[in-house]
Design a protein around this ligand. Structure first.
Ligand code: GDP
Length: 616
């Protein structure tokens, strides 16, 4: 059905319920495709709705929503997971259908995958170490020496040799990061609670995460060797959180352990297996191309991208073409937690994989593709999708200062302006004067909207969509609009003298309005001790002496007042074992400076950032 639309253009209309499915990062062209319309007419309709966009620009859900409502359509944005499912579908890979098609005869038992969670200092790391040492197989092979992000141990349970896989990054940050990407990795959570300390905030956080994910919990009551340890109290406290010990008639297993003295570790593994057998049906098809999750990854100078993946189903083999998130490649070699090469890895087996072209993120799904080319195409398509989604999220905003730069780089040709003034005469005068500016051929100046009165939400929205700058002459923001402009990153300038406005615009157009930057010190830290790590480089155990240390900020190192390293950056920052974004004065932290390894006790690490200098 064709009907006259806004602006007199003809656009096929929906009946109000017609659903149009769009991917994140779609443009008007994509929308036009779906409803069989001319993209140019959609640009016009959108313009009449007060939003400016080109046909190829990525738009966000709100903008599509407004347009669709006008035309009688309902927009459904395809979720990232669905999008990926569709993407894989285009390569004839359907993971859901694959799982559904598997019958009992295809499935074999697989070991449980366990994550250790709990409050800081309750002994998560120590416990993971203790478990590593009890491994009978590892005992023969000289113990688990490699930290690859996950390991598997063997124990004898009810007369049979059973394996248990542990995710070797304690804490629930890793757990949630993976869950945020839709990766359900953990089958069972061990909740560590120190018997001398009791239930603490992160204990509750951890158990909330596990319960939300529907993951059964085994409680390890740790540090029972300590004086003042009160294991009964822990059981008591946790009943409040629906964790009732078996001995109190509940169904949660509590095991008293001492990670330090290696007590109760076997019983803990026993409890994990009993819980797994009672509550879960842990089986997988080992006889197909591997599917799994990236647990941890880093870039190694000699070996390139090194990723630890957990195979969840199928069997991974050396030589397989693989794709993990946007990273792809061919498995060149695999290693287990003993550093031994392996050629195949079945369900629940963590392995370190060499051969990816880039570094995947923790939680990225990992699949074996039919061939190298498919793996590469999937990786590249995912990357393109991510980029488009990102672009749509921050549709290009611009300030007068950026404009100059963008102009010089040939990225823009038009300066769009929204003019608002207190009286119509002033607005007209301003517009006249601005349009008279002689700017040469390379650049255009367009006034996309003008009006009298305060700067409204509509003005900001307009400016947002078409990267315009708002000029207010003798006016203010309407209520709550300032926040919106801030949030959207729209440059709004206020003037009370017309010539000043004109001068600034002219300067921007002529490429003279360069932003000025100055160095601002953020804080300093003193190095107390240096830890050598082959994986992360040296870590400077430090105490923050002033201000704060922020991850990713610039850094320099001084020794005895002399600068010995400059233009470095804070590559990693940890509080105890957890990653931190910033650490404040008086606190201790571990600082990694990337490849810069010449750190000594007593050095001062100074961090700074470049801030734009406010214009006088
Ligand atoms: P995390 O922050 O939970 O990883 O805790 P850690 O494993 O780093 O342990 C914190 C502190 O508690 C360390 O000093 C450990 O040596 C100590 N610790 C851990 N387990 C035990 C235990 O069973 N008994 C005693 N006495 N100390 C322990």
């Amino acid at each position: 059905m064709q009907a006259p639309s806004l602006g007199g253009v003809q656009v096929p209309r929906g009946n109000g319920k017609t659903v149009v499915r769009l991917r994140h990062g779609s443009s008007l062209n994509d929308f036009a495709d779906k409803i069989d319309a001319n993209p140019a007419s959609l640009v016009t309709v959108l313009f009449h709705l007060g939003e400016m966009a080109t046909a190829t620009q990525s738009l966000d859900e709100d903008t599509f929503g407004t347009l669709a409502a006008e035309l009688g359509y309902t927009i459904e944005m395809v979720s990232a997971e669905e999008e990926d499912r569709e993407l894989l579908g285009a390569f004839d890979i359907d993971l859901d259908a694959e799982l559904e098609a598997e019958g009992d005869e295809d499935l074999t038992a697989r070991p449980p995958v366990v994550t250790v969670m709990g409050h800081v200092d309750h002994g998560k790391t120590k416990l993971l170490d203790a478990i590593r040492q009890t491994d009978v197989v590892a005992g023969e092979a000289g113990g688990i020496t490699q930290h690859i992000g996950a390991y598997q141990v063997h124990t004898v349970h009810e007369g049979a040799d059973r394996a248990v896989t542990f995710i070797d990054t304690p804490g629930h940050e890793a757990f949630t990061a993976m869950r945020a990407r839709g990766a359900q990795v953990t089958d069972i959570a061990i909740l560590v609670v120190a018997a001398d300390d009791g239930v603490m905030p992160q204990t509750i956080e951890a158990l909330n995460h596990a319960q939300a994910a529907g993951v059964p919990i085994v409680v390890a009551v740790n540090k029972v060797d300590k004086e003042g340890a009160n294991p009964a109290k822990i059981r008591q406290q946790l009943t409040e959180y629906n964790l009732v010990a078996e001995e109190y008639g509940g169904d949660t297993m509590f095991v008293d352990v001492s990670a330090k003295q290696n007590q109760g570790i076997d019983q803990l593994l026993e409890a994990v297996l009993l819980t797994a057998d009672a509550a879960l049906d842990l089986r997988a098809n080992a006889d197909k191309a591997a599917r799994g999750v990236a647990i941890e990854a880093n870039l190694d100078k000699g070996r390139g991208a090194v990723a630890t993946v957990l195979v969840q189903s199928g069997t991974l083999e050396v030589g397989d073409a693989v794709v993990a998130g946007t990273a792809y490649g061919r498995v060149r070699a695999m290693f287990d937690e003993h550093g031994e090469p392996v050629t195949v890895a079945g369900p629940s087996r963590p392995v370190q994989v060499l051969g990816l072209t880039s570094v995947p993120r923790a939680g990225d799904t990992f699949i074996v593709a039919p061939d190298d080319r498919t793996a590469r195409q999937i990786g590249e398509k995912r990357e393109a999708a991510e980029r488009a989604a990102l672009l749509a999220k921050r549709r290009k905003r611009i300030s007068l200062e950026d404009f100059t730069q963008a102009l010089q780089q040939g990225k823009v040709e038009t300066l769009n302006l929204v003019l608002k003034g207190d009286v119509s005469g002033a607005v007209e005068a301003l517009e006249d004067a601005l349009l008279k500016i002689d700017v040469g051929d390379e650049v255009d100046l367009r006034v996309i909207h003008r009006g009298v009165g305060a700067i409204t939400q509509n003005d900001v929205n307009l400016a947002t969509v078409d990267s315009a700058i708002i000029i207010g002459f003798n006016v203010k923001y309407a209520e709550r609009v300032e926040e919106l402009a801030d949030r959207e990153g729209v440059d709004v300038r206020f003037y009370s003298v017309i010539y000043q406005a004109i001068d600034d615009v002219e300067a921007a157009l002529k490429g003279m309005l360069k932003p000025e930057y100055e160095e601002t010190q953020l804080g300093t830290a003193e190095v107390r001790e240096v830890f050598r790590s082959s994986k992360f480089g040296n870590i400077a155990g430090s105490i923050v002496r002033s201000g704060l240390i922020r991850r990713n900020s610039k850094a320099r190192i001084t020794r005895g007042g002399k600068v010995i390293g400059d233009n470095l950056s804070i590559e990693s920052l940890k509080r105890f074992k957890d990653d931190a974004t910033e650490v404040r004065e008086g606190f201790e932290c571990g600082i990694g400076l990337g490849s810069f390894n010449d750190v000594e006790t007593g050095d001062i690490i100074e961090t700074w950032e470049m801030r734009e200098k406010p214009r006088a």
